[in-house]
Design a protein around this ligand. Sequence first.
Ligand code: BGC
Length: 361
Amino acid sequence: MTSKLYKQSIEIILKNQGREGGYLASPSFEPYQYCWFRDSSYIAYAMDLAGQHQSAVRFYNWSANTLNRYSAKLAACINKKQRGETLVKEDFFHCRFHLSGVETPGNWGNHQLDSLGVWLWAYCRHLELNGKKSAAVINQEILFLVRDYLAALWRYPCFDCWEENGEDIHTYTLAAIHAGLASLGKLLEDEESTRISNEIKSYLLIDLVHGGIFKKSQKKNIVDASLISIAVPFSILPADDLLVKQTIDVIVRDLGYRNVGLHRFHGDVYYGGGIWILLSAWLGWYYSESGRTSQALDILRWITAQAAEDGGLPEQLCEDLYSQKECKQWRLKWNEPANPLLWSHAMYILLYLSLEKSGAL
Ligand code: BGC
């Protein structure tokens, strides 16, 4: 299969990496002209796997500078929590930053703990893929600060990975925190990280399972496409575990589109709730990693056909919508959905490389 879109994806990511190392979520969509820790962690992981280590190093240096800049804020938040005081939105680490590494002002659901979880996870993969060495300078103090921040806050509500539901505890968020801390525990042989990650895993398996499947959050007994992460890439349970398989079956049944696409969750209203390219790639990645090659290939082909002339992949396609009216309203507000979305390109790269590794391409 042609590797054109794979190459274009790498070029698009490189082109939209700032001088300081941060990645723009999307260059042409004004509300996304910032660097998100979540999107960027997947992007850096994809770049590492694609052999673009320098790009990943630049991102990790950017993130270390950003975390250093706000280290007093993280420490103050941990102390306040330990004193039993009520935290307010100004206390939390932000989810998105200017490329300069400065917080983005304005009213936004910034408290998103999955961001730092997936960042720790991706950074540990970065070290693994580079023989435990990296030109990125992240000192142990910062890694432990992130650990302590996650340890202090994981039992409390935050916004989910779609920046919604700030009063709930989310399965994907805990999966990302678990993965980050479990990886850090192994990397630094740090018992505290391992202990908390085990606690989170037990909590996930007891409190966030309902009727034989993982549920979106403590308050919502529905699935969310981000639950795929429990198997791929976080490996909290193996891809052929019954709980995982049953969850994926329900995701495909409730959120699937023509066997190749996925909605985020039932009733999504953002742009009317279309088909998210990054989630299609994620499902394909899961299929590829679990030996379901032909289904993964169908998804790769379908995504390839959705790319614009210059290779750009959008955030979502406004198809099979839950609400035409919402779609119209979002278009009036912000025009068409983001394109290119760098996270979509990262997930395409991850699917592509997984299929290549299995010998299917
Ligand atoms: C998504 C987030 C994402 C952000 C930037 C939001 O609409 O819900 O998951 O991090 O866009 O791409």
